[in-house]
Write a protein that binds this ligand. Structure first.
Ligand SMILES: [Fe+2]
Length: 486
């Protein structure tokens, strides 16, 4: 295994055309335009938020419910007269929502990245990203100089890791939320991408990937956060994929035909949609990463998948939120920062079935869905429910929390109404059996001008929250979270 060579290849390929892409793009022209009602979903947060109690606005927490909801998301997009060019490129703000003794609190702190330090000093957005051009003053000696640390979160090994898909995980102190620096799992792996979508096994061990073109590093951590193994594999196509999944026996990588044909900034400008190629699924044996099978599916694009499982006859199942094409990632998510809503194909909850005879099929639920989640005690095992956000109506952000029942083919859902933008909700186990537990997550209440924390009984979702708390701050819509009991 030639990790060091591949590490240089990764970093080199990311940086190869930085010099050529030092393009100054037109600055955003929000001035004079009437902001849309959802503008606060992509507004800037100018300072860290000190720990503060939340106001209980509805119901009460179940007795003994104690834990922390960690969340991450971009929250600084504009400096001076300049702005990021894409929703995915704002500075990561880590939010800690804590519930104990019936009370809730919120603290939030930006991840102290080289990007944020430089841009604070210059009072300008200069660092290139997924949809942001490089500008004068950018410093890029490695992927972590562009690391926005804004996408996912993984509490492990005494750190809270703020995750981004193009570089290292960033270590945070769970108490102070201070940044401890980039995580290096092993010296020869320094700076290699550790994606924002790790999969956690029931025993607490972790699988993750880092993708760059046809190169993909597969990570396997022990439950204490130390590295068990890492191996670089070559993919058949330079597919961009934001998430992957696992079953009890396999690692599953969905290779959509959105190809990273060139590495240049903004990264999305080097990505080409080739629908004629179809979507492929690569299945890799966890115990022997050289054992691989490929399945063929009709074309779709996607960001998010759920935990998968194997059936007795070898059939593999998992689901995800699939779109007809990548318009959202290519253009609509950029337009959000300009206050524009570009209609893009809605993500639809869909199950993938991979048969032992090599055939593959898609089972449509027919429901709009993003940020899919499930009871992670069932990772690798057959499960019945997928929780997700839904109800976009004619806006860029969802208004509903829903739970799809794959057995009955129907949803339970709660509509927060047009005033609320709904973020990812996580399942928290309580008792044995799938779906015995709670759903915890956040919303941005546009009318109140505040973010809210909500707790549901997973089996009585349609009844609405058991408890809701309101913060004294409006945080922009974020991406992913993790919940820790205790
Ligand atoms: Fe994601």
């Amino acid at each position: 295994m030639t990790i060091d060579f591949n590490r240089r290849q990764f970093i080199g390929s990311t940086l190869a055309s930085v010099a050529a892409s030092m393009v100054i793009t037109p600055e955003m022209a929000l001035a004079g335009a009437l902001p849309p009602r959802w503008a606060s979903a992509v507004a800037d947060v100018d300072a860290d938020i000190a720990p503060a109690a939340l106001e209980l606005i509805h119901g009460k927490a179940p007795a003994g419910f104690t834990g922390t909801l960690w969340r991450n998301g971009p929250a600084k997009f504009r400096r001076g007269t300049s702005a990021a060019g894409h929703w995915f490129d704002g500075d990561g703000l880590v939010r800690r929502w804590r519930i104990a003794d019936g009370q809730a609190s919120l603290a939030a702190r930006f991840v102290d990245t080289p990007k944020r330090r430089l841009e604070t000093k210059l009072n300008a957005i200069v660092t290139p990203g997924f949809g942001t051009s490089s500008r004068k003053g950018a410093v890029l000696n490695g992927p972590d100089d562009a690391n926005a640390a804004n996408t996912g979160i993984l509490p492990i090994g005494g750190d809270v890791l703020a995750l981004w898909e193009g570089g290292s995980a960033m270590r945070l102190d769970p108490e102070s939320l201070a940044t401890r620096g980039a995580k290096t799992f092993r010296d020869d792996l320094k700076g290699m991408p550790f994606s924002a979508h790790p999969r956690v096994e029931v025993d607490g061990s972790v699988w993750n990937f880092g993708g760059a073109g046809k190169n993909c590093v597969l990570w396997n951590l022990r439950a204490d956060g130390t590295l068990n193994k890492a191996q670089v594999i070559k993919l058949s196509r330079p597919s961009y994929f934001h998430d992957f999944t696992i079953t009890s026996r396999s690692i599953v990588i969905v290779l959509q035909p959105w190809l990273q044909e060139k590495f240049k900034f903004p990264l999305s400008t080097g990505m080409v949609w080739r629908p004629e190629l179809g979507t492929q699924v690569l299945v890799i044996d966890k115990n022997d990463l050289t054992k691989q099978r490929t399945f063929e599916l009709p074309t779709f694009s996607f960001f998010h998948l759920t935990d998968g499982w194997d059936e007795a006859d070898g059939t593999i199942r998992f689901d995800g939120c699939f779109e007809a094409d990548p318009t959202f990632g290519q253009t609509a998510a950029s337009a959000l920062l300009r206050g524009e809503f570009i209609h893009s194909p809605r993500p639809m909850l869909t199950q993938v079935v991979l048969r032992p005879n090599g055939q593959a099929e898609l089972i449509a639920s027919g429901v709009e869905a993003e940020f899919p989640q499930s009871d992670h005690r069932f990772v690798g095992q057959a499960r019945r429910y997928t929780t997700h956000v839904s109800g976009y109506r004619d806006t860029p952000f969802p208004h509903q929390l829903a739970r799809w029942d794959w057995k009955r083919g129907k949803s339970a859902r709660f509509d927060f109404g047009n005033d609320q933008l709904v973020e990812e909700f996580l399942f928290v186990a309580n008792g044995s059996g799938e779906d015995k537990g709670w759903l915890i997550g956040t919303t941005l209440n546009l009318k109140a001008g505040a973010s809210e924390l909500h707790l549901f009984d997973a089996q009585k979702l349609a009844n609405g929250p058991l408890a809701s708390w309101r913060a004294h701050a409006a945080l922009p819509v974020g991406f992913h979270g993790a919940f820790l009991r205790g």
